[in-house]
Design a protein around this ligand. Structure first.
Ligand SMILES: [Fe+2]
Ligand SMILES: [Fe+2]
Length: 387
């Protein structure tokens, strides 16, 4: 930091606070060439002055009748901590002046003023130091602002990244709908039911959100199933059913993120701490692969049992079956709500995980409200096909 130049000095205001008029005048004569000067004989009035106008430095007498110099500084520093306070002391109160240096006073000047150059030097040094402190503070503030701006920029980019990732998964589930016209709003309902169950299982918001976002792609593998089987009216033959079951593995293959490594697309975005680029795809792949597994091992494609089945798949399994039972399919009518719930309860611990069933039933009001809000309309198949 360079010294404050003479030209700039006139921009600085100095308050002379002394009950002795001759001292005030003497200092004013000497200093007014270089600084704007304000004078006061009273500490109380000086307190008003420092808050009502710009003051950079106060020269304050130690001994004054209405308020001592130190009392003034104590109160003044509370309202204007950035002003440079310099004490003027006589020989008798030099100890008080030195003591004042420990309580926030910047420097002291002794009366009578012998060499005015040293007074000038003390004032310049104090103003330089003050400028440096203020400059430093401005710099820090600016830096904090810049960091804040960058952080919110990064957060915004992150949100955009997450949003576009979610949209891509949404696009995938819509692609599946194009081939499976029959299922109407099934994907939306299964997604919402799954989110409610995940939250009910005390998963944190992020995990519950992953499951809610990944649930609609549980049947993405149906893309690989021939239309004559996928859209067949009536019951499937054993061979057709075996082919149909393959949709779980096809789904996993489509969603496996490792398979994308071959694409070798460089990722220039820095992934923030706590985020994993693969978590949504991994969750979706697990759901696609294991949503037809059953707790007792009688499901497909692997016949896994109990906790070998990922929790996201257990959740979607119940959401998917509950919704399919209550909907019309080419091979069946819609079951009544009571029949659907009876099936879920009877299959707790057999087809479905007991804890997941419990949470499902505890949240049945919310689930039924979603069912009502997303009823399949007859023409909805067409709408989905056209969007
Ligand atoms: Fe399925
Ligand atoms: Fe489904």
């Amino acid at each position: 930091m360079e010294d404050v130049k003479d030209d700039d000095m006139k921009n600085h205001s100095i308050l002379i606070l002394d009950d002795d008029e001759s001292i005030r005048d003497l200092l004013e004569i000497y200093l007014s060439e270089k600084y704007k000067i304000v004078k006061s004989a009273s500490g109380f009035y000086a307190l008003e002055l420092i808050t009502s106008q710009k003051i950079d430095l106060v020269l304050v007498d130690v001994n004054m009748p209405d308020m001592s110099g130190l009392e003034f500084i104590e109160q003044a520093r509370i309202v204007e901590p950035d002003i440079a306070y310099i004490v003027i002391s006589g020989n008798r109160d030099i100890d008080t002046a030195i003591e004042a240096l420990h309580s926030g006073v910047w420097d002291f000047i002794q009366k009578p003023f012998g060499d005015m150059n040293s007074l000038d030097k003390i004032i310049r040094t104090a103003l330089d130091k003050r400028e440096l402190i203020l400059e430093n503070r401005r710099y820090k503030k600016n830096l904090e602002k810049m960091v804040q701006e960058r952080t919110s920029e990064l957060e915004k980019k992150n949100q955009e990244l997450l949003l576009s990732r979610n949209r891509i998964v949404g696009i995938l589930s819509r692609a599946a709908e194009f081939r499976d016209y029959e299922t109407g709003q099934h994907f939306i309902r299964v997604s919402k039911y799954s989110g409610i169950i995940a939250s009910g299982l005390k998963m944190d918001n992020y995990e519950a959100d992953l499951i809610r976002q990944a649930a609609p792609v549980h049947d993405i593998g149906k893309i690989g199933i021939p239309e004559r089987i996928l859209l067949k009216q009536g019951k499937l033959t054993e061979t057709e059913y075996e082919i149909m079951q393959k949709h779980c593995e096809y789904g996993e293959q489509i969603l496996q993120s490792q398979s994308l490594e071959n694409l070798n697309i460089p990722l220039n975005t820095v992934i923030p701490e706590g985020y994993n680029t693969d978590d949504l795809l991994t969750t979706a792949a697990n759901i696609a692969k294991y949503h037809h597994e059953r707790i007792d091992g009688s499901g497909y494609p692997l016949g896994l049992t109990g906790n070998d089945i990922p929790i996201e798949a257990k959740i979607v399994a119940i959401a998917d079956v509950y919704d399919a039972l209550g909907s019309v399919r080419s091979y069946k009518d819609a079951w009544s709500e009571k029949e659907c719930l009876d099936y879920i309860i009877q299959n707790s611990g057999i087809h479905f995980d007991r804890e997941v069933v419990e949470v499902f039933l505890n949240n049945i009001d919310q689930i039924q409200a979603i069912k009502l809000a997303h009823v399949d309309k007859e023409e909805s198949h067409l709408i989905i096909g056209v969007i």
